[in-house]
Design a protein around this ligand. Structure first.
Ligand code: ADP
Length: 496
């Protein structure tokens, strides 16, 4: 079965190679090269896409600089707000088409991508609101004599945005939104695994009236186009989402001109289930904290700590829940779990499945790639629960980025806090308990950017999201996000 949006050919997939957007024009790569992007459910080629490299990045950055220095950064807040609201309306009008493109290009089930509507539109309309709320402060000073001192908030300038493939529509909006709100300009490099939705969104930016050069999109590989953007001397800030290893390279590359950097990186987030929790809610909650998007979410709650007296029962129930989910072609509206994004990701995840068994963990469900029938051409891994996991196993320490839970027993609250924090990461975390004291204690003790209590992965445009430790720095969403795109200038006026 296929969702209605797939009964006709997708309007964006017209058989023509997809070009890149530079200075308001759709152009080929300077090298003339293209690369293929595929549907991970079937292995079929969806489109050929212009493969940008350093030369294209140069052109795009030059265009973003010209746009930044032109009328754009003098546009009134109302005008930038108007653009964001028009873009939101266009995204709303074309939402099913955009969701379908995400589904085809990176494999998230159509039920999931259609479910992103509120988030995608909410973000754009939130940034539209923020466009009117950017202001400095008048600050009293203690200098002898008479001086006025106040601050101005100014856009940082040209932003290089580098995004991953695990949610192209929302990831693109998460970078373009604050740039438009603040008056920055952007060169966005989508992930090579899933560049299509960013390109389609760039068309909608044009339709909304975003001036030429304000939003540029250069698809290409990380080591070429991405690296060129990260080291570019005329880029003022890089906003990066991806793995911590690439994040480290970005920081090194940024040193040349000491550009500002914000990083939203990986995680190995603890999800802690106390015996007093509402286990009926915690079973699907803890399950989907990892299985959603086939585990390809940086804040997935992959280290599942369960209080020992309910450990066997709870892990068995999560395994059964995982087994009940339908794994299949992401175009099927009944599918809960789609494929992994690529053959490379499949190899990585199945490598960890083998490693988990070698390390002595016991698979309660899943544990092997699925290849039967219609799944044979795609990259499918079923929801997997490993029991008997110890903290020192690699499957308990390293980010797998697949639908794999490492379930670990614990005995008391102090112990679980220490163990939950014993990781290089600090992005998300979950706590399941009916005890309000435990909930508060955990909320303050876990070293992570988000703590979800009796829920997991709740997100809102107004609530900041980001990492501690090696999960990165800077925040996305919320007022803090807009600040990441602003410089603070202090102005002194001697008034004597
Ligand atoms: P993943 O392993 O999830 O693909 P990456 O961190 O490798 O995560 O990729 C996230 C984004 O970073 C992608 O757009 C990718 O092309 C880009 N990227 C990869 N390597 C580099 C690099 N050396 N410099 C800049 N960007 C890179």
């Amino acid at each position: 079965m296929t969702a209605d949006v797939f009964t006709t050919r997708h309007p964006f997939l017209d058989g023509k190679p997809k070009r890149m957007l530079i200075d308001g024009k759709w152009v080929e790569a300077a090298s003339g090269k293209t690369f293929e992007t595929i549907n991970p459910s079937t292995g079929e080629v969806l489109a050929r896409v212009a493969e940008g490299d350093a030369e294209d990045v140069d052109r795009a950055v030059a265009s973003a600089r010209r746009a930044f220095e032109g009328p754009w950064s003098r546009m009134k807040p109302f005008e930038r707000q108007g653009l964001l609201l028009r873009l939101a309306d266009l995204v709303e009008k074309h939402f099913e088409e955009l969701a379908a493109l995400d589904t085809l290009d990176m494999g998230a089930p159509i039920s999931r991508t259609l479910g992103n509507r509120l988030r995608a539109l909410g973000m754009l309309r939130y940034y539209a609101g923020q466009a009117l709320s950017i202001h400095g402060e008048t600050i009293p000073n203690s200098l002898p004599g008479e001086y006025q001192s106040f601050t101005l908030k100014e856009p940082v300038g040209v932003v290089g945005a580098i995004i991953p493939w695990n949610g192209p529509l929302t990831a693109t909006i998460w970078k373009i939104g604050p740039a438009l709100a603040t008056g920055c300009t952007v060169v966005l490099k989508p992930a090579e695994e899933a560049p299509l939705t960013s390109l389609r969104l760039a068309e909608l930016c044009q339709e909304a009236g975003v001036p030429a050069g304000v939003v540029n999109v250069v698809p290409g590989y990380g080591e070429t186009a991405g690296a060129a953007l990260a080291r570019h001397r005329d880029v003022d800030k890089v906003a990066f989402t991806g793995s911590h290893l690439t994040g480290q390279k970005i920081v090194e590359a940024s040193a040349g001109n000491l550009k500002r950097v914000s990083l939203e990186l990986g995680g190995k987030s603890p999800d802690i289930v106390f015996a007093d929790a509402d286990l009926d809610a915690a079973v699907p909650g803890a399950g989907m904290a990892v299985f959603a998007n086939s585990g390809q979410i940086c804040s997935a709650g992959t280290r599942l700590f369960v209080e020992r007296r309910v450990y066997d029962e709870f892990t068995a129930r999560v395994a059964a829940y995982g087994t009940s989910l339908k794994v299949g072609d992401s175009r099927d509206p009944e599918t809960n779990i789609g494929p992994l994004v690529s053959a490379e990701q499949l190899e990585r995840v199945t490598g960890y499945l083998a490693m988990g068994r070698q390390e002595g963990a016991r698979p309660l469900s899943g544990g092997e790639r699925l290849t039967g029938g219609e799944l044979s051409k795609g990259f499918f891994v079923p929801p997997t629960v490993f029991a008997d996991v110890r903290d020192d196993m690699r499957i308990a320490q390293e980010e797998i980025f697949g639908p794999v839970i490492s379930a670990i027993p614990f005995d008391d609250i102090e112990e679980v806090i220490a163990r939950a924090n014993r990781t290089q990461y600090g992005l998300g975390s979950g706590v399941w308990t009916r005890d309000v004291s435990k909930a508060h204690k955990l909320a303050r003790s876990i070293r992570a950017g988000s703590v979800w209590i009796n829920c997991y992965q709740a997100m809102d445009p107004a609530v900041p999201f980001g990492g501690y430790k090696m999960s990165g720095y800077g925040r996305e969403s919320g007022k803090q996000h807009v600040e990441e795109y602003l410089n603070v200038k202090s102005v002194w006026i001697r008034t004597e």
